[in-house]
Write a protein that binds this ligand. Structure first.
Ligand code: SAM
Length: 282
């Protein structure tokens, strides 16, 4: 019997269902149920939320979430080999686990979830950033989720929480920190996974703020930061030249030296620049 439920240990589940990890699906499984319960607890209160999990695989984190009291988990898994194992979990927690077999990028989870909603996942590395950017850029804010608790490669996690002046600082940090609070809450060594990846991983917890930290038009802010960081070694007066003929005056107006580089500029000043640009365009 495993530590947290009456289901078999994950090693047994994997060998019984022949769930050998496939690299092309980004499969690095967590088999330690104490660890998955700990990750589940990082998500915050679970009994009063529906949880969206992407890529449950053999169900280690799913079991952690359910054992920690999640009222309902919607798990979207692309690999149909995992379905029998997930079905066993659904039977152990009647009415609390819904599994959808499909591609998380193509499925609208909202049809199956009741707010408030948290997202928790050990993400497949090949679609992790794409999903995060989607969740951070909905048409309206606040978004449909109240928190995200996500495992990434450590290097990606560092880009999400990076501060100005660091190498990791860029669009992902600005996007995440503009309308959410982002923190690395756990770092995991390769040996925590089967098979072990080459690098460390980290769990990032993001909480949606009720409103952006500083006002700005999302599209204009996105344009400014794209232009600034696509040529991050250039001075801003050069990298932003294409946005407006008077960009240099605008930079000065909001207190950004035109000779500065993107990585020196904080979120507040990027938002001020986006507002100035929008006003100048009329
Ligand atoms: N949650 C499990 C764990 O922690 O042991 C597995 C995590 S593994 C890193 C990523 C999982 O995402 C795999 O089960 C993989 O099959 C699944 N996956 C990969 N691409 C997917 C996609 N586009 N949509 C849904 N699931 C996907």
């Amino acid at each position: 019997m495993s530590a947290i439920d009456n289901l078999p240990p994950l090693r047994e589940v994997i060998s019984r269902h022949d769930l050998r990890a496939k690299k092309q699906l980004g499969q690095n499984f967590l088999l330690d149920l104490n660890l998955t319960a700990k990750i589940a607890r990082q998500a915050g209160s679970l009994a009063d939320h529906d949880i969206l999990e992407i890529g449950p695989g053999p169900g280690g984190l799913t079991r952690g979430l359910l054992a920690e009291g999640a009222r309902h988990v919607l798990a979207i898994e692309k690999d149909s080999r995992a379905l029998p194992a997930l079905q066993e979990i659904a039977e152990a927690y009647p009415g609390r686990l819904t599994v959808i077999n499909g591609d998380a990028l193509a499925i609208d989870p909202l049809e199956h979830l009741t707010p408030p909603i948290r997202i928790a996942a050990n993400l497949p590395y090949n679609i992790g950033t794409e999903l995060l950017v989607r969740w951070l850029t909905p048409p309206e804010w606040p978004p449909f989720w109240s928190s995200l608790t996500l495992m990434f490669q450590k290097e990606v996690a560092e880009r999400i929480v990076a501060r100005p002046g660091s190498k990791a600082y860029g669009r992902l940090a600005l996007l995440a920190q503009w309308r959410a609070e982002a923190q690395i809450v756990m770092i995991l060594p390769p040996e925590a996974f089967v098979p072990p990846p080459k690098i460390h991983s980290a769990v990032v917890h993001l909480t949606a703020l009720p409103a952006p930290r500083y006002p700005a038009d999302p599209q204009v802010l996105s344009q400014v930061t794209a232009a600034a960081f696509n040529q991050r070694r250039k001075m801003l007066r050069a990298s932003l030249r294409g946005l407006h003929p008077d960009i240099e005056a605008m930079l000065e107006q909001v207190g950004i030296p035109p000779t500065a580089r993107a990585e020196e500029i904080d979120l507040e000043r990027f938002c001020a620049l986006a507002r100035a640009l929008k006003a100048a365009r009329g």
